[in-house]
Design a protein around this ligand. Structure first.
Ligand code: SF4
Length: 622
C-alpha cells in the first residue's frame, strides 16, 4: 500500500508501521500534531486491515445503569446524584430483567455507588440475568465499582471477582480509567482510584479468565502527552496479560460540569485522530471501538476507515453520556448499525461478548484464519469483489453452516462435515513434520494423562480431534476435554492445555508457566504415521458462479506465489506481535505445504478413517 504524504514527518513512522515496529511517545505526538489527517487515517486503516480485515463488529446489547446514586462526586460527572435528590433512582432486579429480551447478546451494567446497597444485591443482578437470559453475556461493573465493593465489603479484589464470575459475569467494561495522570486525577476525580488501582483490578480479572475492555476519557483538561502515556500504559499491561479485548476512546461530553463550555464538544478531527492514533499505538490490542454514543453516528461511520473495527451495539437506552448532553440517539436499531457499517464499505459482523462472530451481513465474504500460518494466502490478495473476514476455524465452520461465507480455508473437520456443499480448491494448510502452533502444554507425559482434564481452546475442531486421535489411538489414553473460553490465564486448573495458532507459537517459544512438557501434535502424528497433517483445506460453495470460482482461485494462487518469495517480509510485519524474529517466522512458514498434493490427500484419508473409528465425524464441537 502506498500513501502520498503531505507531512514528511510521517514517513519514518509509516516505515515503522509497515515493519511492525512499535511506536514511541514521540511518534504519537508527531501523529497528533500533523495536519495530514488523511495519511494518518490510511496508516491506521492499514493496521486495522491486518487485524480484522473488512470486519466491523457490533453486538445486540442493552445498557443498564442500575442507579444514579453515588457517594463520589467526580467533577466531570453529570449523571450522579445524592440519595434523596428528586431525580435519584434505584432499579430493582425485576425492573432490570424487565428491560431485557431474548435476542440480547450482551448486558452492559455500570452505575453509581450508593452507600446502602448490600453486596448480595450486586451479585443477584448478575445471577438473575444469567439464569433468566442464559444467551445474554453479562459485562458488569467498572474497576471503580469493583474497588468500591472490595473496600466496602472488606473482600479481596480477587474474591469480589470470583463471586461475580460464579454468578455469571463474563467480561468487565473498561470505564473508570479516565486518563492515567495524577495531575488530572487531582483536578477532576480525586476520590476515585488512579492508574495503579485500575490496573490492579483489570489484571486480577485477566488472571481469573475474565477479559476486560479499556477506555480513555479525552477532550477535557488532559494534554496530548497524557493521552499517549495512557495508551502506552495500556499497551504494557496488555503485553503482560493479553486480557484486553478492545480500547474505547471516550469523547468528553461537557454538559453542566463547568469544565468546558456546554457546547464545546471535541472536534471530529480530534476524534478521528484519537481513533487512528490509538490503533497505531496499541499494536497488541485486537479491537478499537468507535463508540457512536459519544462520537455521533456520523463521526463513528468515518472512524471505521480510520482504524476502528468495533461499533459497540444497539445499546438500548444510555443515560450517563446523555445526561452530559450527548447529541446521539439513545439507541440504534440493528438495521441502522448494519447500514452504517455497509456504507463504510465494511462487513457488519454481529458478535458475542468475546467478539466471536455470530452472523455476517454481506455478500462474497471469504474467511481468513487469523493466524500467521495463513498470511501467505492473503498477503498479496487483491480483494476485488470479495470481502475478507478474519475468523477462527471453528467459527468459520459455523458461518459456513449458515451460508454466510462463500469460501475460506476450512478446518478439515468442518470440510468433512460439509463436503457435499463444498468444492475443494488445490490449497491447504498442511505440515511437513512439526507444526509449532498446535501444541499440548502438559504437566504429565502422554500415558499419565489417563483420566486427567485437558483444557482445549474454543477456536478449533480439527486440532481437538487430532488430540483425541493421538490420546485414544496412539497412546490408548482417555482424558476429559474441557473448553477454555478466555485465553490462557485460567489454565492452572488443567493437567494439560491445547493451544493453537499464534498463541501456541508464542508459548512454544517463550513457555507456559506450570506446564513443563510441550508436545507438537503434528510431530506426534508424523512420528506415528510418517504423513503430513492437514489442518485446513480451501473450499468454496458449490453453487457459486463459475467466473467467481475461477477469479477466487487465481487470486489465491497469485498471492501464494508472491508470498512464497517473501516470507521474510511477512516475518518483518507480523513477527513482533507474536514475539518472534524475522528468521523464526521464515522458518515457521517454510514448514508448511500450502498446496494440496497426493501426500496431503493420503493424510486426510488416514485421519478421516481414524476419526470415523472413534465415531467423531459429526460431532461439531464439544
Ligand atoms: S463518574 Fe462514576 S464514580 Fe464518579 S460520580 Fe459519576 S457515577 Fe460516581
Amino acid at each position: 500500500m502506498s500513501i502520498n504524504f503531505r507531512d514528511q514527518n510521517l514517513i519514518p513512522i509509516w516505515s515503522k508501521v509497515q515493519r511492525g515496529k512499535r511506536l514511541s511517545l514521540e511518534d504519537g505526538l508527531a501523529l497528533y500534531n500533523t495536519n495530514d489527517v488523511i495519511a494518518l487515517g490510511k496508516m491506521a486503516h492499514f493496521v486495522q486491515q491486518q487485524k480484522s480485515g473488512d470486519a466491523v463488529y457490533f453486538v445486540l446489547n442493552q445498557k443498564i445503569e442500575h442507579t444514579n446514586i453515588c457517594i463520589l462526586s467526580c467533577k466531570f460527572c453529570d449523571f450522579a446524584v445524592k440519595k434523596g435528590d428528586a431525580n435519584a433512582y434505584e432499579m430493582t432486579t425485576e425492573e432490570i430483567l424487565g428491560k431485557l429480551s431474548p435476542e440480547i447478546a450482551e448486558v452492559h451494567i455500570t452505575g453509581g455507588m450508593p452507600a446502602d446497597w448490600p453486596w448480595e444485591r450486586y451479585v443477584d443482578i448478575v445471577r438473575s440475568i444469567h439464569e433468566k437470559f442464559p444467551h445474554a453475556d453479562v459485562k458488569a461493573y467498572t474497576a471503580v465499582e469493583i474497588d468500591f465493593f472490595h473496600k466496602k465489603f472488606r473482600m479481596p479484589i480477587e474474591e469480589v471477582l470470583r463471586q461475580l464470575q460464579a454468578a455469571g459475569l463474563k467480561t468487565m467494561p473498561g470505564g473508570g480509567a479516565e486518563v492515567f495522570s495524577e495531575r488530572v486525577r487531582k483536578l477532576l476525580f480525586n476520590q476515585k482510584i488512579g492508574a495503579k488501582g485500575w490496573f490492579e483490578v483489570h489484571k486480577t480479572a485477566h488472571k481469573l479468565g475474565i477479559p476486560t475492555n479499556s477506555t480513555m476519557l479525552y477532550g477535557h483538561v488532559e494534554t496530548l502527552e497524557e493521552r499517549l502515556i495512557h495508551m502506552i500504559k495500556l499497551r504494557e499491561a496488555q503485553d503482560e496479560t493479553g486480557g484486553f479485548l478492545t480500547f474505547i476512546p471516550l469523547a468528553f461530553q461537557p454538559g453542566d460540569t463547568g469544565i468546558k463550555p456546554t457546547n464545546q464538544f471535541t472536534s471530529a478531527i480530534d476524534d478521528l485522530k484519537t481513533i487512528a492514533i490509538s490503533r497505531l499505538m496499541l499494536d497488541n490490542f485486537p479491537h478499537i471501538k468507535a463508540y457512536w454514543v459519544m462520537l455521533t453516528e456520523e463521526v463513528a461511520s468515518v472512524a471505521l476507515n480510520f482504524g476502528a473495527d468495533d461499533m459497540d451495539g444497539t445499546v438500548g437506552g444510555e443515560k450517563i453520556a446523555h445526561d452530559a448532553g450527548a447529541i446521539s440517539p439513545m439507541k440504534l436499531a440493528k438495521n441502522q448499525i448494519i447500514k452504517i457499517i455497509r456504507d463504510a464499505g465494511k462487513i457488519p459482523v454481529e458478535r458475542d461478548v468475546y467478539y466471536n462472530a455470530l452472523n455476517v451481513y454481506a455478500d462474497n465474504v471469504v474467511g481468513k484464519i487469523p493466524y500467521l500460518n495463513s498470511v501467505p494466502f492473503y498477503h498479496h490478495f487483491e480483494k476485488r469483489q470479495f470481502k475478507i473476514l478474519p475468523i477462527v476455524p471453528r467459527r468459520m465452520g459455523l458461518l459456513e453452516d449458515k451460508a454466510q461465507i462463500i469460501a475460506g480455508p476450512f478446518s478439515l473437520m468442518d470440510y468433512f462435515r460439509q463436503e457435499e456443499s463444498l468444492e475443494l480448491l488445490p490449497f491447504c494448510i498442511a505440515t511437513r513434520d512439526q507444526v509449532k502452533s498446535v501444541m499440548l502444554f502438559s504437566k504429565e507425559g502422554w500415558l499419565d494423562l489417563n483420566g486427567k482434564i485437558i483444557g482445549i481452546t474454543d477456536d478449533t475442531a480439527t486440532s481437538v480431534r487430532l488430540l483425541q486421535v493421538l490420546l485414544e489411538k496412539k497412546y490408548g489414553v482417555k482424558a476429559t476435554l474441557e473448553r477454555m473460553h478466555a485465553g490462557v490465564n485460567d489454565c492452572s486448573k488443567f493437567d494439560a492445555v491445547l493451544l493453537i495458532g499464534d498463541e501456541a507459537l508464542h508459548r512454544n517459544k517463550h513457555g507456559l508457566a506450570g506446564f513443563e512438557l510441550v508436545f507438537d501434535l503434528a510431530k506426534e502424528w508424523y512420528d506415528w504415521k510418517k504423513l503430513p497433517f492437514v489442518f485446513a483445506v480451501w473450499a468454496m460453495k458449490k453453487p457459486l458462479p463459475e467466473k467467481t470460482k475461477q477469479e477466487l482461485s487465481s487470486l489465491i494462487e497469485r498471492s501464494l506465489d508472491m508470498s512464497e518469495e517473501h516470507f521474510g517480509e511477512i516475518g518483518e510485519l507480523h513477527g513482533k506481535r507474536i514475539g518472534l524474529e524475522r528468521k523464526d517466522v521464515e522458518e515457521y512458514l517454510e514448514g508448511f505445504s500450502y498446496r494440496l498434493g497426493e501426500r496431503e490427500r493420503e493424510a486426510m484419508r488416514e485421519f478421516r478413517r481414524l476419526v470415523e473409528e472413534i465415531n467423531m465425524i459429526n460431532v461439531h464441537c464439544l
